[in-house]
Ligand binder design. Structure first.
Ligand code: FES
Length: 83
C-alpha cells in the first residue's frame, strides 16, 4: 500500500466511496458491550508480526479480558465491560 492510499484510508475517503452495497464484501459488527464480529475474508497482521488470512466469521476481543487475544473467548460476559 503506497502512502497516498494509506492517507486516503486514514481520512475515511475510501470508506465514503464504498456507498454501493454490492462493492462491500467485509462486514463488521460491533456488539454492545462485547466483541467485534468480522464477516468476510480479511488478512490480519497480528501484534507478533504474523499474518493470516481469516475467512467466514471471526470474533475479535474489544474488552481486553480474552485469554485468546486478539480473539474473543466470551470473557467479556460478567466482566463488567461496557462501551
Ligand atoms: S470482547 Fe469477548 S472476551 Fe473481550
Amino acid at each position: 500500500m503506497n502512502s497516498n492510499k494509506i492517507k486516503r484510508f486514514q481520512t475515511g475517503l475510501d470508506m465514503e466511496q464504498k456507498e454501493n452495497e454490492e462493492d462491500i464484501n467485509v462486514f463488521i459488527d460491533i456488539l454492545p458491550d462485547g466483541a467485534m464480529i468480522i464477516r468476510g475474508t480479511v488478512k490480519v497482521r497480528f501484534a507478533n508480526g504474523e499474518t493470516r488470512v481469516l475467512r467466514n466469521i471471526n470474533s475479535f476481543c474489544r474488552c481486553g479480558n480474552s485469554g485468546n487475544k486478539p480473539f474473543c473467548d466470551g470473557s467479556h460476559y460478567g466482566s463488567g465491560y461496557r462501551d
